[in-house]
Design a protein around this ligand. Structure first.
Ligand SMILES: [Zn+2]
Ligand SMILES: [Zn+2]
Length: 165
C-alpha cells in the first residue's frame, strides 16, 4: 500500500487511519518461510503541530518448526512502530526518522522490512526448549533419556566398570 503524504506535510491536523493485509509468505528467515498468513497492518499517519508522524502495528502469525525440537509453532507476534516523517534530513542515520522523497511512502515496503528486522533470531517452541537428544533423537521436552549422561558422565562410566568386574 502506497500513501500520498504531501497533504500531511501541508495541513496541520491532517490525519488518516489505515489498515491493510500484507503478504509476507515469500519472506525467508534462516531458510524458512514462517509467515504463511497475511500480516495485519494497522496504523495512523498524522500531522500534529506540524510534525508528521506514522505509527502502526503489525500482527504477524508465525507458523514454522521449533529450531531445536522441530515441533510445530503457531503463534502471533505483535509489533509496534513509530516514525517521524521528514522531507529533508541532515543525518541519514537517525533512528526513527523516515526521509520521504517525492510524494509517496510505500507502507508495504516499510512494514515488510520492519517485520523482518524484528523477528527473533531463533524460533523456539518455548524459551527453554530442550531440543532433541543427539543420540536417540527423542524430544527431550517430552521424554527423559539417559543417552548423553551415560555417555559422558565419568562417574557413571566408573560405576559401570566396577559392575563389570
Ligand atoms: Zn522446541
Ligand atoms: Zn536420548
Amino acid at each position: 500500500m502506497k500513501i500520498n503524504v504531501t497533504r500531511f506535510f501541508e495541513l496541520v491536523g491532517e490525519k488518516q487511519d489505515f489498515e491493510f493485509p500484507l503478504d509476507m509468505s515469500d519472506a525467508e528467515v534462516w531458510g524458512k518461510n514462517p509467515i504463511c498468513s497475511p500480516v495485519t497492518v494497522k496504523g495512523c499517519i498524522q500531522n500534529r503541530s506540524s510534525i508528521v508522524t506514522l505509527a502502526y502495528s503489525a500482527s504477524v502469525k508465525i507458523q514454522t518448526l521449533c529450531d531445536r525440537c522441530l515441533c510445530e509453532i503457531d503463534r502471533t507476534l505483535d509489533f509496534q512502530f513509530e516514525y517521524t516523517l521528514v522531507k529533508e534530513l541532515q543525518d541519514t542515520d537517525l533512528d526513527g526518522y523516515i526521509l520521504v522523497e517525492g510524494d509517496t511512502l510505500d507502507l508495504s515496503e516499510l512494514c515488510y522490512s520492519d517485520v523482518i528486522l524484528n523477528l527473533p533470531l531463533k524460533f523456539l517452541c518455548k524459551e527453554d526448549c530442550k531440543g532433541l537428544c543427539e543420540v536417540c533423537g527423542k524430544n527431550k521436552n517430552l521424554f527423559d533419556c539417559d543417552c548423553l549422561n551415560s555417555q559422558i558422565d565419568p562417574r557413571l562410566a566408573a560405576l559401570k566398570a566396577l559392575l563389570k568386574e
